[in-house]
Write a protein that binds this ligand. Sequence first.
Ligand SMILES: *Cc1c(COP(=O)(O)O)cnc(C)c1O
Length: 428
Amino acid sequence: MLTNPSDIAIFSRRESEARSYCRSFDAVFTSASGSELIATSGTRYIDFLAGCSSLNYGHNDPDMKRALIAHLESDGLAHGLDLHTDAKAEFLTAFDRFILQPRKMDHKVMFTGPTGANAVEAALKLARKVTGRDNVLAFTNGFHGVTLGALSATGNSYHRGGAGTTLNGVTRMPYDGYFPGDTDTADFLEAMLNDRSSGLDAPAAILLETVQGEGGLNVASPEWIRRIAKLAKEHGALLIVDDIQAGCGRTGGFFSFDDMGVTPDIVTLAKSVSGFGLPMALLLVRPEHDIFGPAEHNGTFRGNTHAFVTARVAVTKFWADDRFQKDVAAKARQMTAALEEMAELLPGSKLKGRGMMQGLDVGSGDLAAEICARAFRDGLIIETSGNEDQVVKILAPLTTDEETLQRGLNILRNAIRRVTDSSKFAAE
Ligand SMILES: *Cc1c(COP(=O)(O)O)cnc(C)c1O
């Protein structure tokens, strides 16, 4: 062996300063199964990060793993550009049958390069091509990725600062609930769009997350989303729902907008769409907007065949009926109950999110970081989000069993208790 695998010096010596999550979790991980990660030290950690919602079905799901091993053993294609492959046909067939048809969605499936940001780039380009307009409306605290087009739509100033160039073509609008009190930000948007002297250029698209994952688990109400959808239609703009984090079951349904009565013109999916943590991203596009020419938005890795294999299993195993969805709803309630108790320990804190995408706004980034660090010492991996990183965010795999979920929630509660006790102590 070249290095002692538990020695982390190689990372600080050789890996770029751009590394991030690893800084919070001072361990070297070797294996993972279900909702647990295991470090070289032998320590087992409960995973409430789940690859930032890329592992909604847990680590190394046995059925996906078996299908992938069988595919490898039979010399199935690993890489196929966008050639017709059996793996792609089987994924599309399952996705059509279990996801699109039951929702009466007539969308075409467009595979992009395998990152979420690439799917967002494609969505923005397509909306501009369809409408012949440049301006895109995106919302405060939205996160859509960090390539230049997607970054233009991303709110966070730290990420935007990395661009080193002008970020063009996007006008920011206030998200639902952005102002305290009863201000309905859809009224604001409506007034701006209807006033020909508001200075707002006619938009190609309105781009939104129904729950802002990185932005602090801000939830838009179904009524607000329906109004935005209506405004988009009235003003000739495409509605793009970025479901990269909130989709694939995270908020309960397969799509975060299920049962809201809206049909987005474009939906972006990535993170958990492969089901196994393999890179894969796609757009769903209403057929009338499916106007890119062949390879106009291309990408060498549009055919990550391994991802098609596991994605097909994910869709078939979890979405053929509503059992999984009901199970997620029950665990979401378990999370809410536990978070309500935790909120009582921290006066002024607020519950955020919905489905299995919930957390606690503790009011300060430092406090949230301290809670997460404490939880890590007790065997729980959990991260923060929000404009000040002030939201402790739970993204446990949706397949986490009730008992493991409760153990994780208990660790979190104890971390909050200890951190608040010690700060009280320090203040005395
Ligand atoms: C993570 C994320 C992206 C970017 O995906 P990458 O794969 O990191 O490029 C875009 N939109 C949302 C909502 C995300 O959560």
